[in-house]
Design a protein. Structure first.
Lengths: 306, 277, 421
């Protein structure tokens, strides 16, 4: 590396500063500002009356705010677990399949990413039409297959609404998992796999003992991506079950709660900007702690395995 | 590469692949064919290929709903945001990758931290700032937010790439009388072109598709980008399925086409970080 | 070369985008007024109405730019606060409109439109501040009742029911014959509250008097009269279609409008949509909410729906005032009611409605106890609003999660957290 004289290095400021300023002023400062506003209350667009921890007390201890908050919290955890199951685990297995040198693998890899290029909103609208009970195609397919007895009001039943929404999100981002995992598996040394086969390793033991440990960092990254994405997800709920998280808030998650609280009028479930800022702050803390824990977990596993 | 030899295993594998391909393609097929049908065709033959093909939905989206305005807005926003992301990230990455100075690592980490900080959580603060700057309800508010959103990934990708450029090249340029700015312009930028393109491409999807910030920051019809307009038109035409699906298809086709043309870059750009671990 | 190809593509897209965006620019010397509302489905109809105004006032161009209904109130408020709002705005009645008036950015209209003095007092009251500043032209009201497919009714020789018992026996007859009785769904809460509870429930909870008592705190939703309304309305649930839990509002309209169900409990604003779907006034009929006993006075929910106000910071105040003046004229009211049948103007004057459904709706007002939506005035001003509580309670009741009594208790419990009569 080149070591410049102290005086001449000042020009570097002009290289770094523009990006630094935009990034700081429109990403970091707003988050801090939001946190500050969570201690304020008021009807206007920007709350102006200092209320201390009132918003948080309301959120954690006052009916019905606490009920909505914890409901969104637990729904979000369910949502995350389901998406991880569909997208991460099935995505991983599909990626293993697509790295076996079968014909059309490359084509399918390319294909799998197409849904990811769509807007979440479009995907949500599309699938809410597919699952529509009156003329939705999904029920018609079940009828053609003679599975009529399975038909349920998919998006209107508390039991099925959130799982369906999770499936739709997974459908869209399945391709992301596949891209990451296939790239990770491709990078594994072929000789290592060959050696394992000569030792008589079966398909599943090969996955467990060779593939999984080698791509654990990738698993970590995908999991963290899903985690952050799911805990700030909003568009899919807006498109499929409105910002009310219908039916009966059973699809209400942090993102929709935040939007409704902060940006809706009181008649439609708005609680004012101050409360919205409090919700955002808790989400921020949660996401940050969560990502931290995942990082520690995956780093530890990695050092253990290697 | 490990291959599958057993016959039944191959059969099962291909079966799974066909099923997966169908799961991906069927909803998209449905969206496209439905957009080319009238209501009667949609109800009587929902899965069949449109016959006759009806372009009426698309036509009305452009004539009645002035879809061109939204498309133009999205194009301008995306191009400006991508250009700025690439430019600012390149400048910062060059300085961080090629020079030693105090706080360098800290600044790099600070940038990359943005990869896991969801910018949505600062929405109320952003709203406040945009109102203060009187940028509320303009496309520039979106451009700025998208630039802030894209810089972390930009720096992350470019830093690595620029670091790999051999130092000898800059060195001989210096001997030839180039100053540091000229090195950036004449050596680093031309050599980094694949990486610069990657940065633009991977940011293209989130910028073009973003619905959240337009929903918060945009009010007037003349400045609505495609995703916001999609939500509006979905409400406006909801009893006319052909049009609804035309609206959804129109929102999706540009990015889909872009991806299919440049899929190699997309995949390379996205997996770059993951592989490094 | 790949790089050149990419660049060409980008440029092509840009050029295509810009050239396509040519439309919508106004001519020199004209003033552009932006008119916003929550009725995205009315764009084409409103454009035709505004064209009449523009023909009479060639120096003004009116652009109708609605916002999605669910987002409208919050977005309008923030637009006004930040100075980017439309010139002419739709305002909801009572508190929702009042909250916008409180931002101080609406023009008081008392002196701008003298004709307002002749508007009916109840309508004026819905858009007046406590200080009697009138901030919107009381524009239209809407009503609620039951639509039916004439062909299906004729097929079984069914009469239009007058009492609740007759109503239920019609349902039973249709059900026994394998017809889909109602095109009703419970995916969204608002139609359940606005149309079913306020519309059909008023006859059972005691109409306008009960609403006033509720606001004054003299009665609670957990009192027998309201619980009975919940119970009675719950009797309709067995007649809802298969999968009703997942049927959203649009699917409901679609089902009924295309003749797939015999009846639809709906609002007057839906006439136009049904017509578009092939159910015009010759195919469908309307009857007002069934009363309990023959000869009972009808409690008719005739909701004060929309007022038109002016953004005081509009750059085109003069043009906006001219538009508002026109909008409070009988000419406009007649035009509007013809173009959008089912919206009823408050503008004094005598009108002829060519749509028979609209005529039936307005005829029922005669001698009726006119009321508005149950918890709209005052009780939806804060969180949790009576509105959202009703949505929650009714979805749960119809989905079998809450009993009628629990549903009533849920709303009351929520209101008790903040509402002080």
């Amino acid at each position: 590396m080149l070591r410049q004289e102290g005086k001449r290095r000042w020009f570097l400021v002009w290289y770094i500063l523009p990006a630094l300023v935009v990034y700081t002023a429109f990403m970091l400062v707003p988050i801090i500002n939001s946190m500050r506003l969570s201690f304020f209350s008021g009807d206007g667009l920007i709350p102006n009356e200092f209320v201390g921890f009132d918003n948080y007390i309301k959120l954690f201890a006052e009916y019905p705010f606490n009920e909505r908050f914890w409901n969104a919290f637990f729904n979000n955890i369910k949502f995350f677990v389901m998406v991880t199951l569909y997208q991460n685990i099935l995505g991983f297995l599909m990626a293993v399949l697509l790295t076996r040198g079968l014909r059309f693998s490359a084509f399918l890899r390319k294909l799998s990413f197409i849904p990811t290029t769509l807007s979440v909103l479009v995907v949500g609208f599309l699938f809410s039409m597919i699952f529509n009970p009156v003329w939705g195609v999904f029920d018609q397919i079940l009828r053609v297959l003679g599975l009529e007895s399975l038909i349920r009001p998919w998006l209107g039943d508390r039991l099925t609404a959130l799982p369906i929404v999770s499936m739709v999100v997974s459908w869209q981002f399945f391709g992301e998992s596949i891209i990451f995992y296939t790239a990770g598996i491709d990078a594994i040394d072929d000789e290592m796999l060959e050696a394992a086969r000569i030792d008589g390793a079966g398909f599943f033991s090969e996955i467990w003992h060779i593939i999984l440990p080698s791509i654990l960092p990738v698993v970590g990254i995908v999991t963290i991506l899903i985690f952050v994405g799911d805990f700030t997800q909003f568009d899919i709920i807006y498109a499929m079950s409105t910002s009310m998280g219908n039916p009966g808030y059973s699809t209400d998650i942090f993102g929709s709660l935040f939007y409704r609280t902060a940006f809706s009028s009181p008649e439609r479930g708005g609680w004012g900007m101050g409360m919205g800022a409090a919700v955002a702050t808790i989400m921020f803390v949660f996401v940050f702690v969560g990502v931290g824990l995942f990082l520690i977990f995956f780093n530890r596993r990695r050092s253990k395995l290697s | 590469m490990i291959t599958i030899h057993r016959r039944w295993a191959r059969l099962v594998s291909y079966g799974l692949m066909v099923f997966y391909a169908a799961v991906i393609l069927f909803p998209l097929y449905l969206m496209l064919i439905t957009s080319l049908k009238d209501n009667r065709q949609i109800f009587t033959r929902p899965f069949a290929f449109p016959n006759p093909i009806e372009f009426g939905g698309y036509l009305r989206v452009f004539t009645v709903a002035h879809y061109g305005i939204y498309f133009k807005n999205s194009t301008v926003i995306t191009l400006c945001a991508l250009a700025l992301i690439v430019f600012l990230s390149a400048l910062a990455s060059y300085a961080l990758a090629k020079y030693e100075f105090r706080g360098k690592t800290a600044i790099y980490v600070y940038f990359v931290l943005g990869l896991i900080v969801p910018i949505r959580l600062g929405t109320i603060g952003i709203l406040k700032t945009m109102i203060g700057l009187t940028l509320f309800d303009t496309i520039w508010s979106l451009v700025i937010v998208f630039v802030a959103m894209g810089i972390p990934l930009g720096v992350f990708i470019l830093y690595d790439f620029i670091r790999m450029i051999p130092e000898e090249l800059s060195h001989s340029a210096r001997i030839d009388g180039c100053n540091e700015h000229m090195i950036f312009r004449r050596i680093v930028v031309p050599l980094s072109q694949p990486a610069l393109a990657t940065v633009a491409i991977v940011n293209f999807i989130p910028v073009w598709n973003d619905f959240w910030f337009p929903l918060i920051l945009i009010r007037s019809n003349e400045v609505r980008p495609v995703p916001l307009a999609t939500a509006l038109l979905f409400g406006q035409f909801e009893t006319n399925f052909g049009m609804v699906f035309a609206v959804l298809s129109l929102a999706s086709l540009p990015v889909m086409t872009f991806y299919l043309l440049l899929s190699r870059y997309f995949i390379k750009g996205l997996t770059k970080g993951a592989l490094k671990g | 070369m790949r790089k050149t190809a990419v660049l060409a593509l980008v440029l092509l897209t840009l050029v295509a985008g810009i050239s396509m965006a040519g439309g919508g620019r106004e001519a020199e010397g004209t003033t552009k007024l932006v008119f916003t509302s929550w009725r995205t489905e009315d764009i084409e109809r409103m454009n035709r109405i505004n064209q009449v105004f523009m023909d009479e006032n060639p120096d003004i161009v009116v652009e109708f730019q609605p916002i999605k209904d669910t987002e409208y109130d919050a977005q309008l408020k923030s637009s006004l606060e930040t100075g980017v709002a439309a010139d002419i705005v739709f305002l909801r009645s009572y508190d929702a409109g009042l909250q916008i008036w409180d931002t101080g950015i609406l023009l008081p209209l008392n002196d701008v439109v003298p004709a307002l003095a002749d508007f009916p007092g109840s309508a004026r009251g819905a858009w007046s501040s406590p200080e009697d500043d009138l901030y919107a032209v009381p524009f239209v009201g809407v009503t609620h009742g039951v639509y039916y497919q004439k062909a299906i009714f004729d097929k079984y020789g069914l009469e239009v029911p007058e009492t609740w018992d007759e109503f239920i026996s019609v349902c039973e007859r249709l059900d026994a014959n394998g017809e889909t009785v109602f095109a009703q769904g419970t995916k969204e809460g608002w139609p359940l509250y606005e149309v079913i509870f306020s519309g059909l429930g008023a006859n059972f909870y005691g109409g306008e008097q009960a609403r006033q008592d509720l606001m004054a705190g003299a009665v609670k939703l957990t009192d027998p009269q309201f619980v009975r309304a919940f119970e009675t309305l719950n009797e309709l649930q067995p007649f809802f279609p298969a999968g009703y839990e997942a049927i959203d509002y649009v699917s409901m309209q679609q089902m009924f409008g295309t003749g797939q169900a015999a009846m639809f409990i709906g609002g007057s604003w839906e006439i136009g949509i049904f017509e578009d779907l092939g159910s015009g006034q010759s195919e469908i009929g309307f009857f007002p909410p069934p009363v309990e006993n023959r000869g009972d006075r009808l409690s008719y929910c005739f909701h004060v729906d929309a007022g038109i106000g002016i953004n005081a910071e509009s750059e085109n105040l003069d043009a906006a005032k001219r538009y508002i003046e026109w909008a409070s004229s009988p000419e406009f009211a007649q035009l509007f009611m013809e173009e959008l049948p089912g919206f009823f103007a408050y503008t004094p004057g005598s009108y002829s409605l060519s749509n028979s459904l609209a005529n039936d709706m307005i005829a029922a007002v005669e001698g009726a106890d006119v009321t508005v939506r149950t918890v709209w005035e005052k009780m939806s001003a804060q969180s949790p609003s009576g509105n959202t509580l009703m949505w929650e309670a009714l979805i749960d009741m119809y989905n079998g999660i809450k009993t009628p009594a629990e549903a009533a208790a849920h709303v009351q419990r929520g209101l008790d957290t903040w509402y002080r009569p």
